[in-house]
Design a protein around this ligand. Sequence first.
Ligand code: UT7
Length: 382
Amino acid sequence: MNNFDRYAHIIGWGTSVPKKVVSNQELSEMVDTTDEWIESRTGIKQRYIADNTETTASLGLKASKNALDVANISPKDLDLIIVATCTPEHNFPSTASIIQDKLGATRAGAFDMNAACTGFVYALSVANQMIRSGAFNTILIVGSETLSKIVNWEDRSTCVLFGDGAGAIVLQEKNQPGGILTSVLRSDGSGADLLKVPAGGSAMPATNHTVENNLHAITMNGREVFRFATRVMADACNKVVQQADMTLDDIDFIIPHQANKRIIETAARNLNLPLDKFIMNLDAHGNTSAASIPLALCEAISNQQIKDKHNIIFVAFGGGLSWGATLVSWDMTHTKPVNQIWHKLRRQALYGFAKIRSTIRRSTRKIEGILLKDDSTDIDKT
Ligand code: UT7
């Protein structure tokens, strides 16, 4: 097979959300807002909020296991794990490496990708190219976020918007045309200040001042981001269909980044498309950044909205400023039946072994460190 016959198809998908749901009504008891304001200005009714035990890696891990179940493959089949997130577990190590270890994906490379809310679309495009080039066969892409941990819970203009969750997909090389067709990726860093977390990076490392002044939380110029979003959503959709030699009439569904119902309605008007072509679940989740498209995709699959051979656009925008779109031709022939209990049990066993393996490797490293201490001191002396 030459590289022109390689296509990246979605063969598995899964989600995970925190246990706790917070309604608009509950938020109105914390900050000066109302259910009516939030729902009429955004379309959001509730969001899932992580507790202290739920993190970007733990949510991403659960979503990944669910995606491997649908794909019915072993974690050892993965060549690469990409986690799209702007709320990583740490600055480093990558959240992807933590998920790789816990899955026992011992053959996989792993890295995080931060393109804020556009991260999932960026990750899909990168993974598609890696598969089509012949570099890799099977890639896990996870969009996972715990935005509740970086919002200022006293700022009503941002804290009502965001939620936590994770969605994952498995991309695999197949020789039948279809799967990920083409992508458009764009950035305009002149708008970097419109949506950001000011402190915690090299420009403003953490100090008492940054903590006392809430500079580790999201700041946003909502109106400007709104204007930017409505402009670029339509533009990215038009470009991606042109690139694929299609028209908007060929598109069955658009799965947009779930930030605000009014942004999606404006994009629908700009594209001259009916609103029912747009998959929306932001009423239940709020804005979950890089997790929002895979969460909406998975819900649309389980509601049986998405059918074989549907052409679907994923379109997103966010901090950077960044935006982009990916066009997918949905192909059910590559999804194996779910509930293959024996395979599922085998995967559970592999996750158990992964835990043991990780513990042994940590212990071995400690013992080696103690035993080799004298040698390394000798090296230092030479
Ligand atoms: O993933 C990308 C991230 N971000 C986005 O996509 C956000 C894009 N922007 C938006 O979705 C909208 O701009 C918001 C939902 C953030 C705000 O809606 P808006 O219609 O643009 O409201 P606004 O900022 O123009 O504020 C209107 C009023 C203001 O009061 P005054 O100055 O008119 O008296 C705000 O202080 O609404 C007030 N306000 C609120 N009132 C009640 C702002 N937040 C709230 C709130 N509850 N939570």
